[in-house]
Design a protein around this ligand. Structure first.
Ligand SMILES: *Cc1c(COP(=O)(O)O)cnc(C)c1O
Length: 351
């Protein structure tokens, strides 16, 4: 094991990384939830990553991506997401920290009201990001995203003709380099568990673009860990989503010159908890958010972490995660979405 840890650390240290967050993020036991469910539940606080209180799982990826952007001498950073994208907001903070201009192409599933700009979109405004809203007609996010990529590509080529240097970050920061951040995140978590002398059985995360999940899978393979990794989807995903996650994990392993191979057997995908769709709340997730808040004083959001939490509790209740197990809940952040539009938070306003 020691050799695998050292090898992974050495490979990761070859990339120019920009320090943006506060790592290692805390790992804590949820005592009351553990007692209630008969399962040892730990929470890995990726919501607590910094650099402001509005951190989250994208900061780890951005340390690698912005390190690359700085090394390449870029002055402008492009990225994409929904209007309430945590990733876009975290990218804007990272770009400012590195002295670069953030340009955001944001697909509007929920049309923001010009007189009532909220949550992440408000933060993007304060950060002075150049914001392009791309309407998602009929909620067709993939179509709006492809239109965003085309418009941005045009703008990038114009800016580069004027002598600017642009860094283009994909949705969720889920490039191979960005995804390396979660191979590191996996290693960090396992080192924390080892220091406590506890062997975890499961690690559970919300999964969107899949960068976080595939980075964890790459870390698991590199360290030859036998932990079960569960990704709870936050939107409808194509049939080949697990194959894509395994591919991404393998690209990370290749970039890290690691001899291990990942396959679809190295993780589980649960598609049972996202309904009705991305940025659309459901009652089970909102109940789970209230339960965690009222039991532990810890907050999740209704777009990502609340759906993952509802997935974890659902799997425990059904016995899919057996009593006596040790589970790590990866809290990916996103609490800013609690201040988003009513359509996004749903019943959370109820007493
Ligand atoms: C982006 C995001 C995720 C999903 O991460 P991916 O790497 O895109 O799969 C989960 N939770 C929160 C709060 C996020 O912002």
């Amino acid at each position: 094991m020691v050799n695998n840890f050292e090898r992974l650390k050495k490979e990761l240290s070859q990339f120019p990384k920009k320090t943006l967050g506060f790592y290692p993020t805390p790992l804590q036991k949820l005592e009351k939830m553990s007692e209630k469910y008969g399962v040892s539940i730990f929470v890995k606080r990726e919501d607590f990553s910094g650099m402001s209180i509005f951190g989250g799982n994208k900061i780890r990826k951005l340390e690698y991506l912005m390190g690359d952007a700085c090394a390449k001498g870029c002055d402008t950073v492009f990225t994409y997401g929904a209007t309430q994208s945590n990733h876009a907001m975290q990218t804007a903070t990272a770009a400012r920290r590195c002295g670069m201009n953030p340009v955001l192409y944001l697909a509007a599933i929920v049309e923001p009201k010009p007189e009532d700009i909220r949550a992440n979109l408000l933060l993007d405004r304060i950060l002075g990001a150049e914001i392009h809203i791309v309407p998602a007609a009929g909620g067709d996010l993939p179509e709006a995203n492809s239109r965003s990529f085309e418009l941005a590509a045009q703008q990038i080529s114009e800016l580069e003709k004027e002598g600017h240097k642009c860094y283009d970050i994909p949705l969720g920061g889920a490039s191979t380099l960005g995804t390396c951040g979660f191979a590191e995140g996996f290693m960090e978590t396992m080192e924390q568990m080892q220091a406590m002398g506890i062997r975890p059985d499961y690690i559970i995360t919300a999964t969107g673009t899949g960068g976080t999940l595939s980075g964890l899978v790459a870390g698991k393979k590199a360290l030859e860990s036998d932990i079960q990794i569960v990704g709870v989807t936050v939107s409808d995903k194509p049939e080949d989503y697990p194959a894509k996650i395994a591919d991404m994990a393998n690209r990370v392993l290749q970039l890290l010159k690691d001899p291990h191979q990942a396959s679809q057997d190295d993780f589980m995908i649960s598609r049972d908890y996202y309904a009705p769709g991305y940025e659309m709340p459901n009652e089970e997730a909102n109940d789970a958010i209230r339960e965690l808040a009222r039991t532990e004083g810890l907050l999740c959001d209704s777009v990502y972490s609340g759906k993952a939490l509802s997935g974890m509790l659902g799997m425990i209740r059904k016995g899919e995660i057996p009593p006596g197990s040790t589970v790590i809940f990866l809290h990916t952040g996103g609490a800013t979405a609690l201040f988003a539009e009513q359509e996004i938070i749903g019943s959370l306003t109820r007493p």
